[in-house]
Design a protein around this ligand. Structure first.
Ligand code: 13P
Length: 256
């Protein structure tokens, strides 16, 4: 039985004071309530301590949007898994399409980061997804296959519980355009079949596959109801406590 993971990726939004305000709002809204899903917020690095503090005594978790492969040393501007662990982060997003596009992260870099995260016993959310032209020219499955294969090489079947894939079609990110529930299910099922081929059926059954790309309260129910959709990686709609809570409530209601 896979638990839903409802994860907010705040991207480069929410400095410390705004982050604290919204995390306090979430903590207050869910005060005293338990949930079956896992709920996670990934703020910018500088805001992580404030969110961690606001989430103390709640079931909300805090994660990071990125990490470096080394533990420490002369890597100006970088942050390590050790530092994130000290802040009690539990998840790290790796290989988001914006990092692949604007910061030159290749499948190899993404695999190295994933390896580091898994080795350090943190949970990795590895992002994969095709661009619009790849969807149009029908190469999208091959593109995603290559990305998934590289990520799977970074670990093994023993990591299945801590390995999450986020399928985020680039054409659906921040555009308001969402993959249809059928398109999402088709890709999630395909990704699970790739995991089965490499790590075996028992492991692939444990791996959660999130959908990301304009998920919001209005479309979350349909997407989350799909057999192989195990949660969401939410950008825009995670920036308001109300809409993030609404998506979490939907996951709790379905609770498949
Ligand atoms: P949006 O929900 O804003 O489309 O962003 C999705 C995303 O990139 C989450 O990582």
């Amino acid at each position: 039985m896979r638990k839903y993971l409802i994860a907010g990726n705040w991207k480069m939004n929410m400095g410390p004071s705004e982050a604290k305000e919204m995390a306090d709002e979430l903590a207050a809204a869910w005060k005293g309530k338990t949930f079956n899903s896992e709920a996670l917020i990934c703020p910018p690095y500088v805001s992580i301590p404030f969110v961690v503090k606001a989430f103390r005594d709640t079931a909300f978790q805090t994660g990071s949007q990125n990490v470096h492969t080394k533990d420490n040393g002369a890597y100006t501007g970088e942050i390590s898994t050790t530092m994130l662990k000290e802040l009690t982060c539990s998840y790290v997003i790796v290989g988001h399409s914006e990092r692949r596009e604007y910061f030159g992260e290749t499948d190899e870099v993404v695999a190295a980061k994933t390896h580091r995260v898994l080795q350090e016993e943190l949970n990795a959310i590895v992002c994969v997804g095709e661009k619009l032209e790849q969807r149009k020219d029908n190469s999208y499955k091959n593109v995603v296959k290559k990305q998934v294969a590289a990520a799977l090489e970074a670990g093994d079947s023993n990591d299945a519980d801590r390995f999450v894939i986020a399928y985020e079609p680039v054409w659906a990110i921040g555009t308001g355009e969402t993959a249809t529930a059928e398109q999402a299910q088709e890709m999630h099922e395909y990704i699970r079949s790739l995991i089965t081929e490499t790590w075996g059926g028992e492991a692939s059954d444990k791996v959660r596959i999130l959908y990301g790309g304009s998920m919001k309260p209005g479309n979350a129910e349909e997407l989350l109801s799909q057999k192989d959709v195990d949660g969401g990686l939410i950008g825009g709609a995670s920036l308001k406590a109300d809409s993030f809570s609404e998506i979490l409530e939907i996951a709790e209601r379905i609770n498949k």
